[in-house]
Ligand binder design. Structure first.
Ligand code: THU
Length: 135
């Protein structure tokens, strides 16, 4: 699967975002080392704190299915009913990525559509990150 197809998966994932409080909708598509794709959306909660980001939804789905190795994640985001805007993952999600991904190899695609995206490595978005290799 190419970058464009992974971004289209993230756009599909965003359709399930549950965002009655922020109305900010995020979709993610995470590619495992074998090519499997795990979709995630943000899921909010009336108590606010239990809300989960799209990226972590995708990671936790994947890990719960036995996947431990990842190549790329595509992320799309924007206010409900408005156009997509390039949105970088929050710090907590970057830390979850650090647990399971090689920071120099894992690619993070911040997209507004299949033909408009910016690519970063996890190392670029989480420099000097703390991970399993530090223990
Ligand atoms: N959110 C994500 O799902 N991913 C991000 O990278 C940033 C923020 C969600 C959390 C919350 O549901 C909404 O966007 C507003 O913060």
């Amino acid at each position: 699967m190419g970058d464009k197809e992974l971004i289209l998966e993230a756009i599909e994932a965003r359709k399930n975002a549950y965002t009655p409080y922020s109305h900010f909708q995020v979709g993610a598509a995470l590619e495992g080392a074998g090519g499997a794709v795990y979709r995630g959306c943000n899921i909010e909660n009336a108590a606010y704190t239990p809300s989960n980001c799209a990226e972590r939804t995708a990671f936790f789905k994947a890990v719960s299915e036995g996947e431990r190795s990842f190549r790329r994640i595509a992320i799309v985001a924007g206010p409900e009913g408005e156009k997509l805007i390039h949105t970088a993952p929050c710090g907590v999600c970057r830390q979850v990525m650090m647990e399971f991904c090689d920071p120099d190899a894992f690619r993070i695609l911040l997209a507004t559509g299949p033909d408009d995206y910016r690519t970063y490595t996890l190392r670029q978005l989480l420099p000097e990150g703390f991970g399993p290799d530090n223990l």
